[in-house]
Design a protein around this ligand. Structure first.
Ligand code: SF4
Length: 190
């Protein structure tokens, strides 16, 4: 049931494998080994909460409790569109919602990882724009995703990105992504 095997035994959760921990609580770079486990989730997972018998008791959610979360992100947002959000747009859309917790850089980091895992080359232009993001956190994860998608356009963007990148970690990500570029590197998850 847990997509990453984070529930290692009854009552024991290994947060180092939990999608909700990495995509909501963790600030900064998500380790290379964890990124493929995240699939196309961009803000938690909570499958364990949905199937938990303790949570099955209320017949319907309390509307006042739901309202406290503010406007919610739609169930299937277009991920490429989320990569276009600048700071004011992110604030307008998510300031009153739980998504605010990730801040803009965290949400866009998660979007890059999801696009890398979905592995649809139609996402390459959006990820190329991600290489220009003001936040190194977003640029580095966009580079990783481009390496997963591969192909000539991704390779050209990574080569150009590497030539002008000043952040050492992002440069490393561009280099690793260039090594990964080639045929579609991962099977699509959708
Ligand atoms: S939130 Fe998702 S990844 Fe984390 S323990 Fe629950 S089912 Fe597993």
């Amino acid at each position: 049931m847990c997509p990453t095997g984070a529930l290692v035994s009854p009552g024991i959760l290994d947060n180092r494998r939990c999608i909700s921990f990495w995509t909501i609580e963790h600030r900064g770079v998500i380790p290379l080994a964890i990124r493929p486990l995240i699939g196309d989730w961009i803000f938690g997972c909570d499958l364990c909460q949905e199937v938990c018998p303790v949570n099955a008791r209320p017949a319907a959610p309390d509307p006042n409790a739901l309202a406290a979360f503010g406007p919610t992100i739609e169930a299937r947002p277009r991920l490429e569109d989320l990569l276009t959000l600048d700071e004011p747009a992110f604030r307008r859309r998510f300031r009153e919602s739980a998504v605010w917790r990730t801040r803009r850089a965290g949400l866009l980091r998660n979007v890059c990882i999801a696009l890398g895992n979905i592995a649809d080359r139609g996402s390459v232009p959006a990820l190329v724009r991600g290489l220009d993001d003001p936040e190194p956190l977003v640029r580095g994860h966009a580079a990783w995703a481009l390496g997963r998608l591969g192909g000539a356009a991704a390779r050209a963007a990574l080569t150009y990105g590497l030539s002008r990148e000043t952040d050492a970690w992002v440069r490393d990500e561009c280099g690793l992504a260039l090594q990964a570029c080639g045929p579609l590197a991962v099977p699509s998850v959708v």
